[in-house]
Every structure is written in structure tokens, then in C-alpha cells.
Design a protein around this ligand. Sequence first.
Ligand SMILES: [Zn+2]
Ligand SMILES: [Zn+2]
Length: 221
Amino acid sequence: MINCLLCDQPISTKESFSNIFSFSKSQARTCQVCKAQFEKIGQKHCPSCYKYDEDKECEDCLHWRKQGLPADHLALFQYNQAMASYFSRYKFFGDYALRKVFASELKLMGKEWKDWQLVPIPLSQKSLEERGFNQVEALLEEAGLSYYNLLEKKETVKQSSLSRKERLETQQPFCLISETVPAEKILLIDDIYTTGQTIQHARKILLKAGAKTVKSFSIAR
Ligand SMILES: [Zn+2]
Ligand SMILES: [Zn+2]
């Protein structure tokens, strides 16, 4: 008998047994009540970034299109209350065990994108030291997916200490670790997609370095 990682209630053997034969082929880590709190993004979503309940391209994506780099993102779940509290426990309280919650979904994603090089969005050295792990890498490792670290996050000045003008001219927060990009097709992986700012910075730098196509993926949007 194992307990749900989110509510600590025991997961019934029937539940975990049926899970063995479902698509995930792995032991359930969360009970069905908790898992049901996460809402999958349905058919109705922005075609460019998966923002849910959008019929056509959303405001954020129109912005990126105007900037000359249209978003090309997909996400699995809506960023709802359950997702917010999951990420707060996982990232800010550093509950490393929670990397297991989405392992089966990520495993499936990895199968669909097997010809693509997965590249996680990095943390700054400071955040990495504070948290003790990169939450995206931990998710991928738990799902048994290999990835390539191509990017490094520069230490950035706190936004609040910048002038308004400086804040508007958001600087490129990433640099490349290797001089060349070893894959033509790259899928950037992040945990949460908000406006797309972070992902777009990363895409820009990889495309400039020679990647042919750079798409992106996140657990939540
Ligand atoms: Zn639960
Ligand atoms: Zn969009």
C-alpha cells in the first residue's frame, strides 16, 4: 500500500492495480481524487500556445507574432488552483518527491517527440542552490527521458532594482553552453508557461545558433 503524494491518503490497491494496465504502466503516485483536480487542456485552446478557452490566437501570441517569432508551444494542463499549489510545494518548498506526479504523462510525451532533442529551461545558479534541484530536469529524469543541457541562465539583477526603462528592455537571460547546437529539432521543456517570455528568449538564442526548429512544451499553461 502506498500513500498519495499529494494528500497522503492510502491509494487503494484496486486503483494502483488498474493503473498498472493503463497507458502509464507504472504505479499510481496520486489518488484519483487528487489527480482529478488537474484539468487537462481540452480541444478549445490557442493554436500557438495552448492557452485554454481561446478560439484563436491569444493576446500573448499576437505579441510574439508581431515580434517576428510566433509561439509554437504545447501544454498538458490548465494552470488552475491545484496546479498552483502543486508547484508551490514542489518548487518553493522543495518537495523533491513531487517530481513523480506527472511521470506517466511525460513518458507519453517523450514517445511522441522521440525524434526531438529535449532541452530543459535552466535555473540560475542561485536558484539551483536554494532549491537543490532543477524541477524540470527532475521531472524528465523521473519519466526516464534523456535531455541535453544547452543553456545556462545568467545571474540577473532583481527586477525591482531596475528602472522602468530597463525593465521594459528585458535582457536575454540565457547563454549557450556549447558553441554549436547538436540537433536540428529542439523541444524546450519548462514547467509553467505564463506569457512565453522565458521560452521565447531561449528559442531566439537556439535558432540563432543554428537549430532549424525550436518548439516548446510545458506541464501547465
Ligand atoms: Zn490524493
Ligand atoms: Zn497563445
